[in-house]
Design a protein around this ligand. Structure first.
Ligand code: AVW
Length: 248
């Protein structure tokens, strides 16, 4: 039983691939808004879906590389306005809502971001199927898993091509609103262009007190990463969800 367990489809500690992964990708691609589509070169959803699948199918789920996603990115690259971007860390839902009410965009509003939003996927060497039982977890299994590398590649591109003022929504209820090990911390902040201004918002959960602030040590760390790159930094803290979303 132990031998089976360790070599079997159940051995990873992360969520398994989303059921109907292919169908969801195809459907999201087909219905991705036309206005945003007009920014992208062409649309062949069949081809995009196939490129997504061949990025990881039959491969060791712990050996993902940026290169694996190259063809998918070439096929499905879409751009959103460079001066309207919202980043987030531990605040996905809130950042999405904020972007929506302000007419801004998150990574999930780009074609590739929207295709993969909330999904999980991984394959298995010697099999042409997705592993729906388990996929590698970043902490417990391996960092170079297909999910993580996907979001890293997309996030890097999203951050490095941003211009003007970039917003980032952080969770002020955490002890460290800025986490150097998060994608925002390790990929996005270090890839912002020098001309950019980063506007950070520290928003605390309703019913929870703010625990971190713009003068706390985690934000100081963020500041130092940015100042090395000559990125201007503005920070606002002590915001409740309602204050932040602009309904008082
Ligand atoms: P986190 P991070 N759907 O909350 O700073 C599913 O600590 O690390 O924030 N999973 C996703 C999605 C998504 N749409 N986006 C990221 N992930 C994964 C992309 C990813 O592995 C955006 F532009 C991430 O580490 C944000 O500015 C984890 O779920 C930034 O990356 C969420 O961890 C958020 O990444």
């Amino acid at each position: 039983i132990h031998k089976w367990y360790h070599s079997g489809l159940n051995r990873w500690h992360g969520l398994g691939s989303t059921a109907d992964f292919q169908k969801i990708i195809q459907e999201r691609c087909d219905t991705y808004p036309q206005q945003i589509w007009s920014y992208s070169r062409s649309r062949n959803c069949q081809e995009i879906k196939q490129a997504f699948m061949s990025a990881f199918i039959s491969k060791d789920p712990c050996k993902a590389t940026k290169e694996d996603y190259r063809r998918l990115i070439d096929l499905a690259d879409s751009t959103v306005p460079c001066n309207k971007r919202v980043l987030w860390s531990k605040t996905k839902e809130l950042a999405g809502e904020y972007a929506k009410v302000r007419g801004l965009v998150t990574l999930e509003d780009t074609l590739l971001g929207s295709l993969a939003d909330g999904l999980s996927w991984c394959g298995e060497p010697g099999s042409s199927d997705l592993n729906t039982w388990s996929c590698p977890d970043w902490k417990k299994d391996c960092r170079t898993n297909y999910l993580t590398v996907f979001w890293e590649v997309l996030s890097e591109r999203f951050a490095e091509s941003a211009c003007g003022t970039v917003q980032v929504v952080l969770d002020g209820s955490l002890e460290n609103a800025f986490n150097e090990m998060s994608i925002f911390g390790r990929v996005e902040a270090p890839n912002l262009k020098p001309v950019v201004t980063l506007q950070a918002w520290l928003v605390h959960d309703p019913g929870k007190p703010p625990r971190d602030s713009c003068s706390g040590s985690s934000i100081m760390k963020l500041k130092s990463i940015l100042s090395e790159r000559n990125v201007r930094f503005i920070c606002r803290d002590n915001l409740s969800r309602d204050e932040f979303l602009g309904r008082f």
